[in-house]
Design a protein around this ligand. Structure first.
Ligand SMILES: [Zn+2]
Ligand SMILES: [Zn+2]
Length: 278
């Protein structure tokens, strides 16, 4: 495929690119100059071009000679990210040298080679998140990577070898079947309290529930937005009734409760566990 316009070449690639790559696609030097002048294309640094409208952080990281890393890169990979630190986090790879220093950026140097316009490999992104974000954010991101099969053979071993010793158990504790980051946070939070939550349990007459704690306590993490409406609420109530008929109690927690009011979640679960039958 050849292109006369820099803009269409970059759009087809879906990322920023070096001059040589664009030239191979048929884009001439004079077209690059024209495209930058007209504002269709930006030049984060000498010899690298991006579409106008590319996320600021991605362009900024490229201006340093690196690529955007950490939580922002996690979002680009489709990982479940609880919180993104305010600074721009840039991955330089093992051999990178920042082309300019900048107070606004946090630089990561972990092992690997930066590819222009591409986020770091998922294993590097997870390691960076472990260094900059909370343990909860790291764990939820890790489980979402496992769920989507985004890690290659050897990546978990690499990750464990590079993580601080105190965080290594999280890799062993992680599972590939958490349906959402909320489930990851719930299971991790309860484990820290010594409460084992068994995930994805099938109950005859009810269906698959997110967790069962003890003998008869069902916990559901409700990540849905309210606009999903009455139908789903009616289904939830039907399920809860079916569970109650079989001797189960159901507790449902929203994103807001799990993330912003964890103590209320713990109190509810511990209160339920104190009752007979659990
Ligand atoms: Zn970082
Ligand atoms: Zn910077």
């Amino acid at each position: 495929m050849t292109f006369t316009r820099a803009e269409s070449a970059l759009r087809t690639l879906g990322r920023m690119a070096r001059t040589a790559e664009l030239k191979r696609l048929g884009v001439t030097e004079s077209e690059l100059t024209r495209a930058v002048r007209s504002g269709e294309v930006v030049r984060p640094r000498q010899g690298v071009y991006a579409l106008a409208g590319t996320q600021d952080r991605i362009v900024h990281a490229a201006s340093h000679g690196g690529t955007v890393g950490c939580c922002t890169a996690g979002l680009l990979h489709g990982l479940w990210i609880l919180e993104t630190p305010p600074k721009c986090h840039v991955w330089m790879g093992t051999a990178g040298t920042p082309r300019s220093s900048c107070e606004d950026c946090h630089i990561h140097w972990d092992e690997g080679k930066v590819a222009v316009g591409a986020p770091p490999p998922v294993r590097n992104v997870l390691l960076q998140i472990s260094q900059c974000a909370s343990e909860d954010t790291f764990f939820a991101a890790l489980e979402s990577a496992l769920r989507q099969s985004l890690l290659r053979v050897g990546d978990l071993t690499w990750l464990v070898a590079h993580l601080p010793v105190a965080m290594r158990w999280l890799v062993a504790f992680a599972r590939a079947d958490a349906d959402s980051g909320l489930e990851s946070l719930l299971r991790l939070g309860l484990h820290r309290l010594g409460i084992e939550a068994r995930p994805q349990v099938w109950i005859a007459g009810v269906g698959e529930v997110d967790f069962v704690v003890g003998a008869r306590l069902i916990i559901e993490a409700d990540g849905r937005a309210n606009h999903d409406g009455e139908d789903l609420r009616a289904k939830d109530l039907q399920r809860d009734a079916a569970a109650a008929a079989r001797g189960y109690q159901t507790l449902r927690f929203t994103y807001g409760m799990i993330v912003h009011d964890w103590q209320a979640v713990v109190d509810a679960i511990q209160g339920a566990l104190l009752q007979d039958g659990h």
